[in-house]
Design a protein around this ligand. Structure first.
Ligand code: FES
Length: 214
């Protein structure tokens, strides 16, 4: 049975354990299906055909609090998969938690709707295949692999702590970062790793597992 969007449901522990294999769920299973009150959905684009399966992702990039042994998980109904065509992104808000649901060529992924650089909403960026471009500093991130495709123009630290200098897009003068606190902040800002939330497709709806506290 599928719950309607916006209705409060029970944690999976009260419904029976969901088959959490980190990167992929059984699309036919309803185990663990719960919805959180107040979830709002904003669609951002509407390109091509559908391929409604959850995309695999590196297991080490699973978000904290939604692993197989996590007790407090709430599953959010992120809307109809038929309304999220390939190439489209959707922002789903639960309380103060914004989630990006994107339909990539590899399937559907869910991550925080916060750029891993300085938290801009990726859902208003551009999705090209698996790569989403941030609207703020031109950082580009591969939603299928979790890799940084292009560091932000501001430079800074990558996830491993390696420093990358500022840069300018092709055809523009190289930027010179003036000294001071702002430059230091940019230099010390680390581009975090993407973190994924498990996705299932159940009865045509996209279900995303979030930590219960989200
Ligand atoms: S906030 Fe996204 S690249 Fe800077």
């Amino acid at each position: 049975m599928l719950r309607e969007p916006g209705r409060r449901c029970l944690p999976p522990s009260e419904l029976g354990a969901a088959p959490r294999a980190h990167s992929r769920y059984d699309p036919g299973s309803d185990a663990g299906v719960v919805c959180v009150a107040g979830a709002t959905i904003a669609s951002m684009a509407a390109p091509r055909s559908t391929f409604p399966i959850p995309a695999a992702f590196p297991p080490e990039l699973l978000a904290p609090g939604v692993g197989a042994n996590s007790a407090a998980i709430a599953t959010v109904d992120a809307g109809l998969v038929s309304e999220l065509l390939e190439g489209a992104m959707r922002r789903v808000t639960v309380g103060d938690h914004d989630v990006l649901v994107a339909h990539t060529p590899a399937g559907i992924v869910a991550i925080d709707d916060r750029c891993p650089h300085m938290s801009a909403p990726l859902s208003i960026g551009d999705l090209d295949g698996c790569v989403v471009a941030c609207p703020l500093h031109e950082g580009r991130f591969d939603l299928c692999s979790g890799e940084v495709v292009q560091m932000p123009t501001t430079g800074g630290l990558d996830a491993a702590g390696q420093y990358h200098p500022t840069w300018s897009p092709a055809g523009k003068e190289p930027k010179v970062d003036p000294p001071g606190k702002k430059a230091e902040a940019r230099r010390l800002t680390r581009v975090r790793r993407l973190r994924y939330y498990p996705v299932r497709i159940v009865e045509g709806r996209i279900l995303v597992d979030l930590p219960e506290t989200a």
